[in-house]
Design a protein. Structure first.
Length: 216
């Protein structure tokens, strides 16, 4: 074959390794980890969910820990991209309006990606390599957007800045996610289907009103 000649493909269908989207594996893995936890999850569970053989998963990832890390990074990148879009579309947005905009996107993201809050609450209550990984690669980058929007001596933020950060973060995370975590309770007791768009929007408005409006 000449140096500039394009090699011919073999006849027949391409292999699964060529056609399987890596993101499909990561999404399936997030579902498995969210349901079974890290210790309970197995690579074969992910393979079954994607519809491939276990060796293909093992070929793509070093081990279960590698798959878990890359799945969390994938989810974190999606969330950071969502926040970057807010920052890009509303360049001059700062203070309470910015925090409300980020809270809105965070709540919608949780509704669209329930694996996020499930994995967060599985891992962040204990000191493990996984909780440290989430803090470094997901929590810290996301919180940066909120901190950036309220830096500087803005008079209207004086009272807000007196709230201890640890208390505020726990409140906003709990307020945002518990609505979805308790979906069966909300449905059985109040007839509220929490993942419907009108209910998500109402939740956004309530959270922003309760947590931010008094400082706006």
């Amino acid at each position: 074959m000449e140096m500039n000649e394009v090699p011919k493909r073999k006849r027949g269908r391409p292999s699964l390794a060529e056609t399987l989207d890596l993101n499909d594996i990561l999404v399936a893995a997030l579902g498995v980890f969210a349901e079974k936890g890290f210790d309970g999850a197995q690579l074969k569970d992910v393979a079954q969910r994607v519809g491939v053989t276990n060796p293909l998963i093992s070929y793509r990832f070093e081990n279960k820990a590698d798959l878990w890390k890359k799945s969390v990074l994938y989810l974190g990148d999606l969330l950071v991209n969502r926040f970057e879009a807010v920052q890009a579309n509303y360049i001059d947005l700062t203070g309470m309006p910015a925090l409300q905009a980020y809270a809105r996107q965070y709540i919608y993201f949780l509704a669209e990606n329930p694996t996020l809050y499930k994995i967060i609450y599985q891992e962040l209550g204990q000191e493990t390599w996984r909780s440290s990984f989430i803090i470094e690669h997901l929590f810290t980058p996301v919180v940066w957007f909120g901190e950036k929007s309220i830096e500087g001596p803005m008079e209207e933020l004086k009272e807000f800045k007196t709230i201890p950060r640890a208390n505020f973060i726990s409140i906003i995370m709990g307020a945002s996610s518990s609505f979805f975590m308790l979906s069966h309770l909300m449905k059985s007791q109040y007839g509220t289907a929490v993942f419907e768009k009108d209910q998500i929007e109402q939740h956004v408005e309530v959270v922003n009103k309760l947590l931010f409006q008094q400082f706006a």
